[in-house]
Design a protein around this ligand. Structure first.
Ligand code: FPP
Length: 236
């Protein structure tokens, strides 16, 4: 029997927290609270399945436009969740990484993130990446600016710059592109997430709302991935 194909990198657009809460007549933030439980469940499942990278779109650049109460509630929730999970990360060999426009985060949140990243840097079982204040266009633009600076004094060499070189200037440098991108809650769009990095990702959409997306749902997505035929624009 052929061995089941496991993705190296699974990325998730966690969507539907607000609707989950509304269905229960509660404030949106309750959906986010419950969503943290799904983060824990999927992280555990990823460790169990031997996945190397799990990345989560936790807060987009556009999300800053939500009401202050929700933004503050989310930031507080993230800070608390990170601190709460520290022990579990250490016990399970999870390296924790935050990527995004960190300048927009509060200094206290940045300090917590720095501490968590330093403390977990030596863990090798799973890399858990939280995209915070991230957008794909922001990432591509900041990479383009770096490329411009790099070639400032030797513009004649610019035409030789490769896609690989450009990829190394994105915040995801050194991280393999997602093999599988999951989006929950029935929405089927990329929403300015990993635009460059998902060039050949397999997309998986489910109607399940994020707070209900637990181990079984995660495994169903992996099963579907194992059935996909990846050709990267070539023929078999
Ligand atoms: C999308 O639902 C969800 C978010 C914008 C936030 C998700 C963040 C978490 C679950 C926190 C995870 C953090 C850690 C540190 C574990 P939505 O609000 O867009 O839902 P809607 O589309 O139904 O309105």
């Amino acid at each position: 029997m052929e061995e089941k194909r496991i993705p190296r990198h699974v990325s998730i657009i966690m969507d539907g927290n607000g609707r989950w809460a509304r269905e229960r007549g509660k404030e949106r933030i309750f959906g986010h609270f419950e969503g943290v439980e799904s983060v824990r469940a999927c992280t555990e499942a990823a460790v169990e399945e031997g996945i190397e990278y799990l990345s989560l779109f936790a807060f987009s650049e556009e999300n800053w436009g939500r009401p202050d109460a929700e933004v503050n509630g989310l930031m507080e929730l993230m800070m608390r969740s990170m601190k709460n999970e520290y022990r579990t990360f250490m016990d399970n060999g999870v390296r924790f990484v935050v990527l995004g426009n960190r300048e927009r985060l509060s200094s206290s949140l940045n300090a917590t993130i720095d501490e968590m990243m330093e403390e977990t840097a030596g863990n090798t079982r799973l890399t858990l990446i939280l995209f915070l204040s991230y957008s794909g266009k922001w990432d591509i633009l900041q990479a383009a600016k770096k490329l411009a600076l790099k070639y400032r004094d030797r513009a004649d060499e610019l035409p030789e710059a490769s896609a690989e070189e450009f990829g190394d200037l994105l915040v995801t440098a050194g991280i393999p592109d997602p093999d599988l991108l999951i989006r929950t809650s029935g929405e089927e769009r990329i929403s300015n997430y990993l635009l460059w990095q998902t060039a050949y990702s397999e997309f998986y959409f489910t109607d399940i709302l994020w707070p209900d997306f637990r181990k079984e749902a995660f495994r169903a997505a992996l099963d579907e991935y194992a059935r996909r035929d990846r050709r990267y624009g070539k023929v078999k």
